[in-house]
Design a protein around this ligand. Sequence first.
Ligand code: GLN
Length: 493
Amino acid sequence: MRGKYEIMINSTLKMLSGDLAAGKVSAEELAKQYLQRIDALNPQLNAFISLDHERTLAEARAADARRARGEAGVLTGVPLVHKDIFCQQGWKTSCGSRMLDNFVSPYDATVVERCAKAGLVTLGRANMDEFAMGSSNENSWYGAVKNPWDLTAIPGGSSGGSAAAVAARLAPVATATDTGGSIRQPASHCGVTGIKPTYGVVSRFGMVAFASSLDQGGPIAQTAEDCALMLNVMAGFDARDSTSLERAGEDYTRDLDQSLEGLRIGLPREYFAEGLSADVARVIDDAVAEFRKLGAEIVEISLPNTELSIPAYYVIAPAEASSNLSRFDGVRYGHRASEYRDLADMYEKSRAEGFGSEVKRRIMVGTYVLSHGYYDAYYLKAQKIRRLVSNDFQDAFRECDVILGPVAPTAAFNIGEKSGDQVQMYLSDIYTLSVNLAGLPGMSVPAGFDGQGRPVGLQIIGNYFAEAKMLNVAHRFQQVTDWHTRAPALSSD
Ligand code: GLN
């Protein structure tokens, strides 16, 4: 008989995988303990949109049966949370919107399918900004998510539920998506690790579309090593996504322990200019000092069009969103107004009721910039800026191997602080948007705290397909620092 197993606050994917393999715990026991923790702590955080204990436990028992048959993989039986943007059969897939509050997905997204195939157990569905539009997770139809480090602070958006769940240790790992920073920002604000891969590496099939040329899925976990393990599951070619890249499979853990001796780290001049808070600047400086000690060489680089990425993104993303969201018409699925005069009235009322104000704003901006007469002035211009932003990065990568910088100008701000001022909100995306415009991989790694005790992340940007290198950089940093092991103190009463 084994003694009672208790999940430890910092149980990583890697540790849980080892304990499951050694028979120290079953998937079912593990799921039960996490569910208990979720039931006790989630009411303060609002990190979940849906929980279904029976479904979770059934998945866990199936994982145990699989292990008993000798068919377990590395992550079989490990619990995870899916962002509510990934279609999952039998689960409500709301995307944080009233529009999809009644939508139970009839099929699995490729990411969900791959996780299920690996034997990961779904604990629940994470809260998020409506249709992934937001930087603070205040735009969800299901209410704002709270930052586990300070319940008066935002967790970052749009994958706020995913990041808060991992930070509060309600799950060892979560899936997330990043269109303009939504993996990196919440990871930074919640003190956890997240990676947005190169565009096309993770399938978008079954991932509710926001801005198709920018959206990319990725994991949020405590450590870079765990992100590598998850990326091994999530990444890979998918014939059902026309933008999925047909490349040989990779083992993202392969370079974790490589030395950083001689690594050239680029620091973009424009990232350390006006607008960056002193607290964040200090944290990044300290992190850079660690990398010097690890043998890296620091070079100053320039990304001259950084500032233009904000207007360009906030034209391109709404343009694509306005087109993608036209499918929600109240006819085939999703919200339909209960009373209407005729078909046009039904469309109008259903959309007026189903979408929240930020989503409506984006649809209006998007239709405007795509309309005849404005297309050249806005949309086409934004596409040209997008090219310049990509070129900046390619110039920079001639001088360095990876780029380091802040994820956001400040640590998490207070709930409500920027919700009345969209421009201020959009400005907080200054360091993340350009990475999506260029389709590059980007990562956030816990690197310290601001004066109020709120976490600050370090951003690592790599060239196309440099995920393994970035994970190596992050992993070496995590071997000499302990920021990623800090967990917020939450009371269950
Ligand atoms: N904050 C950005 C926006 O509101 C990015 C969101 C995202 O990455 N999904 O569009």
